[in-house]
Design a protein around this ligand. Structure first.
Ligand SMILES: [Zn+2]
Length: 419
């Protein structure tokens, strides 16, 4: 009895000095850590995670690592908060058949598409009705490995405005019609999707149909945005052209899902209007390049589109606008994020602005900044370990060694061959 008491007493005393080791502790040791885009780096730091959260971060001699913790060697590496991809879709196989596909297959696809690139949170801004809820349930249950998933569920298209580029797919899989023809119809569907668990709503302010861009009726767009706002959720818009931008502003949309390369350059005054309307912007620069190349557009056309998109991003940021990183992956099949970082840097953004678009901006915009976006005690244990320092080259954001979500390694790069 005495010995038992002694052990308990000793454990209590020790707990006062060192945190007791628990199964599942994870420590990244020896890395350079950027705790936030606007913070100075901590050299040779330790990040300790416990019970899914960040337990401590600081210089190696300030943070004790329990002997039972799994230790990741961070020497030469850089640690940043887990990334958000704020423009994705679950339209490709196997992810668009989330309810019926084997868990291992879905886990592999989520790794290849998202976690391998450092994404610990993704916002699906419109997919097949109900499908992303099913995927999220399987990830949340621990059956499928993947990122935190937010979704708008099904998109809202104008009447006769199902975009030309998704018509064949929707026919093939017998997707329901997602067009809205009246305010009551839009309100009813918006309410239904939000009560089903949607984290926002996505509307097509300008839908690309045959040889034309079909605008959404302003009253319908406003009804959808108001439904989202009443539920405390954001509204996204696919703007396409100047009219779509005006409808987005007039209806109170929160996030523009793309720049609008066909609309020509954004003047400082126009960029200031977008910012005054409190809109965030997802640039999707590499999408335009890839999409035009796949259509066989001549190089000078691709360059003109890219130049315009980059000008719009630069004008928006100069006016004080907030960027959210996003690639449209799941609509395009390019998963590699390197080109998007290169093009963002080419638009004049520095690495801290790019990091903010990956972390603090989306966390704040989507109401998760108390738990996500920075590395600090109490925050979710979502971090990315990079091979290189993005302060030297923004493309380093694409070179991921480990992705950690809720204190667990969910992606680990294969060991590199020695050259
Ligand atoms: Zn998209």
């Amino acid at each position: 009895m005495k010995i038992d008491r002694l052990i308990v007493a000793t454990a209590i005393v020790l707990a006062g000095h060192w945190s007791p080791a628990r199964a599942g502790d994870l420590a990244i040791v020896g890395a350079k850590v950027y705790v936030a885009p606007d913070a100075a780096p901590i050299a040779r730091a330790t990040v300790l995670m416990r019970d899914g959260r960040i337990a401590a971060v600081g210089a190696a001699d300030e943070v004790a690592v329990p002997s039972s913790a799994r230790v990741l060697d961070g020497q030469g590496a850089v640690v940043v908060a887990g990334f958000w991809n704020s423009h994705v879709h679950m339209l490709e196989l196997p992810l668009r058949e989330a309810a019926s596909r084997p868990a291992a297959e879905l886990s592999r696809a989520l790794e290849a598409t998202f976690t391998r690139w450092g994404f610990t949170t993704v916002f699906d801004i419109s997919s097949i009705p109900g499908n992303t809820f099913a995927l999220r349930r399987r990830v949340d249950a621990g059956e499928v490995s993947g990122p935190t998933i937010l979704t708008t569920d099904a998109p809202f298209f104008p009447k006769d405005g199902t975009p030309i580029y998704v018509q064949a797919l929707f026919r093939q899989i017998h997707a329901p019609n997602m067009e809205v023809a009246s305010v009551p119809q839009a309100q009813a569907r918006a309410r239904q999707q939000l009560s089903d668990g949607a984290d926002g709503l996505k509307l097509f302010a300008g839908a690309i149909v045959l040889r034309d861009v079909l605008p959404m009726d302003k009253a319908i767009a406003s009804a959808i945005v108001q439904a989202a706002h009443r539920a405390g959720k954001p509204a996204f818009a696919h703007p396409t052209n100047m009219e779509g931008l005006e409808i987005s502003m007039a209806s109170g949309v929160d996030v523009l899902a793309h720049t609008t390369p066909t609309a020509g350059p954004w003047s400082p005054a126009f960029a200031a209007r977008l910012v005054a309307a409190r809109m965030a912007l997802t640039p999707t620069l590499s999408l335009f390049e890839e999409g035009l190349k796949q259509e066989g557009a001549p190089p000078e056309v691709v360059k003109r589109f890219l130049d315009t998109s980059q000008q719009q991003v630069a004008a928006f940021v100069k006016a004080g606008g907030e960027l959210l990183f996003g690639t449209d992956v799941g609509y395009i099949d390019v998963t590699d994020t390197r080109r998007e970082y290169e093009l963002m840097a080419g638009a004049g953004l520095d690495w801290r602005q790019i990091l903010a678009s990956l972390t603090t901006h989306p966390a704040k915009r989507f109401g998760r900044d108390a738990r996500k976006g920075r590395i600090a005690p109490g925050m979710d244990g979502d971090v990315v370990v990079l091979y290189g320092d993005p302060a030297r080259d923004a493309a380093a954001f694409a070179d991921v060694k480990y992705t950690v979500r809720a204190g667990k390694v969910i992606y680990e790069a294969p060991v590199r061959p020695v050259r």
